[in-house]
Design a binder for this molecule. Structure first.
Ligand code: GLC
Ligand code: CA
Length: 561
């Protein structure tokens, strides 16, 4: 595999609105990020992905962009952004922005002009269609609920939005649109960005001409995810974007791509793939249901393990995945993947080690390094996220009580990851001197950065160790490039794998069980505590090839080849 500058780094996702507020208005901002760069440096991360900070009415928290060339005043100014890029570089860190080009905001100038003259040049930048006898062109259901079609007032026309109605889809079939997008990307790359995280990109290729598919709910509509499976030929767009933007700058790109087949994975991130990397979402989607959150199943450790191994198998020889346990669209990883008895610092470290040591580029989502759990909503009024509100309605519609509906939203809500970062146990967790735009997770009194930074046994310190291992003189090479080889797969609740490197190998082993477990492995016969690189517990019980692991214990052991 060709070596890339980003392979041995660790990436970190910042959700700017909730990271650090520098001016007391309750909203996190770019100067706030700059103030906290030293914290990130101390953690050891070297690539920072910022969720959108462009001008936006924030119907979907910045994923609805009104001007790609402007920073939203609530986040700061373009000078702040330039300074962030510079100050990050000074500390050996690179910045990725979020590239949201499947759609823009209905408040974008292009869309305003399109509505004023749907048949004109701007109208062609969107999907605008005639309504026939008041009927929309087809029965697709938006990801956030309801039809993808929204009438344009004062006309007999409607426009398509795969997400919220304030997020009209851009028409990628139009070469003029593509040209404008590429120009904008290059404008940002010229500023010195290292690259982008690429939002919802699968959606840019629609199956045309528009037609209805079999309905999958009583509303007569068909899920957008199903619809997108019918589209072919996205490669022409992505190849062009790679050619005109990413390749000339050697930009790093990581795609938000779900459910890729083996072949698609090679196209996306193989040698000369359209992107550098893509997120592994196999665990994320495990247990999810097209019917809605009410029908989802929370994965068990065995599911988690199976998903990880399947993705590692798929990526082998094909490309370099980006691994996560959570992001701004998901529940907190420790609340989702860990059984209740494991939701303590030992269990959280276990999960951290298991995903971090897989082959790929690990991403940490802000607060994850502190072991943050889901927040607590006592009323639906406290929920801000549009998809959570839609799912709440959906729960009620299928007969859940309000209490059940709130419980379900509590588990899956995207707001779980969007509560402000707890810097300390002080007022508003030290996030702001004002009132946070969304309630703090009440756990900030005990789970906060100030406490963890001074404790050598904290989650934060453990993540520092994991990050450092990627750079280790002796083992870094294996951590970054070694092939993953699962072992002890039949042992329920034990997740174990080798990382086979050229010079040496590693054994990563963890016990998700409630009880201690003993396993035997011939490779263990020659090992002793001298081979121990990482341990989240005090004990280390290895005797003649048999290893006893406490509940939630995770070990990384070095093997000579
Ligand atoms: C992506 C983003 C999500 C957003 C959606 C629409 O999935 O991660 O937050 O709502 O795209 O832009
Ligand atoms: Ca602010």
């Amino acid at each position: 595999m060709e070596r890339k500058w980003w392979h041995n780094k660790t990436a970190y996702q910042i959700y700017p609105k909730s990271f650090y507020d520098s001016n007391g208005d309750g909203i996190g901002d770019i100067p706030g990020i700059i103030e906290k760069l030293d914290y990130l440096k101390e953690l050891g991360v070297e690539i920072l992905w910022l969720s959108p900070v462009y001008l936006s009415p924030c119907a979907d928290q910045g994923y609805d962009i009104a001007d790609y060339y402007q920073i939203d005043p609530k986040f700061g100014t373009m000078e702040d952004m330039d300074r962030l890029i510079r100050e990050a570089r000074d500390r050996g860190m690179e910045i990725l922005m979020d590239l949201v080009v499947n759609h823009c905001s209905d408040e974008h100038e292009w869309f305003q002009k399109a509505c004023a003259d749907p048949d004109g040049e701007y109208g062609k930048l969107f999907y605008i269609e005639d309504m026939k006898d008041g009927k929309v062109p087809c029965n697709w259901r938006s990801y956030f609920g309801g039809s993808v079609w929204e009438p344009i007032p004062g006309t007999n026309k409607c426009y398509l939005h795969a997400f919220h109605k304030k997020q009209p889809d851009l028409n990628w079939e139009n070469p003029k649109l593509r040209e404008s997008v590429y120009k904008m990307i290059n404008w940002w790359l010229d500023k010195g960005l290292a690259g982008f995280r690429i939002d919802a990109i699968i959606n840019i290729k629609k199956p045309l001409p528009f037609c209805s598919y079999p309905a999958d709910r009583e509303d007569g509509l068909c899920d957008m995810g199903r619809v997108m499976e019918k589209a072919h030929g996205i490669g022409a767009f992505l190849g062009e974007m790679q050619e005109q933007c990413f390749r000339p700058y050697d930009a790093f790109t990581v795609g938000e791509v779900f459910n890729a087949s083996d072949e698609a994975l090679s196209d996306f991130i193989g040698e000369d793939g359209w992107f550098s990397s893509m997120f592994d979402f196999r665990q994320t989607v495990e247990g999810k249901s097209d019917k809605g959150w009410y029908d989802c199943r929370i994965p068990e450790p065995e599911d988690y393990k199976r998903c990880c191994f399947e993705s590692q198998r798929q990526a082998r020889g094909r490309g370099y995945l980006s691994n996560i346990i959570e992001n701004h669209d998901e529940p907190r990883g420790v609340s989702h993947y860990l059984p209740e008895y494991a939701r303590n610092e030992t269990g959280k470290k276990l999960l951290a080690a298991m995903y971090f040591m897989l082959k790929g580029l690990p991403f940490i989502y802000q607060g994850q390094e502190l072991g943050m759990e889901n927040t607590v909503f006592t009323s639906i009024e406290q929920v801000d996220d549009i998809s959570s509100l839609d799912e709440y309605r959906r729960c009620l519609e299928v007969g859940c009580s309000e209490k059940q509906a709130l419980e379900i939203v509590n588990h899956y809500s995207r707001d779980n990851g969007r509560t402000p970062f707890p810097w300390s146990d002080g007022e508003a967790g030290g996030f702001t001197t004002g009132t946070p735009w969304i309630s703090m997770n009440p756990s900030y009194k005990t789970v906060n950065a100030a406490d963890q930074m001074k404790r050598s046994d904290s989650m934060f310190s453990y993540y520092q160790e994991l990050i450092r291992l990627r750079k280790d003189q002796t083992y870094g090479e294996t951590v970054v490039y070694g092939e993953t080889e699962p072992c002890l797969v039949e042992e329920k609740n034990i997740m174990a794998y080798f990382r086979r490197g050229e010079k040496n190998s590693l054994l990563v082993i963890g016990n998700f069980d409630r009880c201690e477990r003993t396993v035997r492995l011939k490779e263990l016969e020659e090992l002793s505590s001298a081979n121990l690189l990482l341990n989240n517990c005090e004990s280390f019980r290895l005797k003649q090839g048999s290893l006893t692991l406490e509940s939630c214990q995770a070990l990384v052991l070095a093997l000579q080849n």
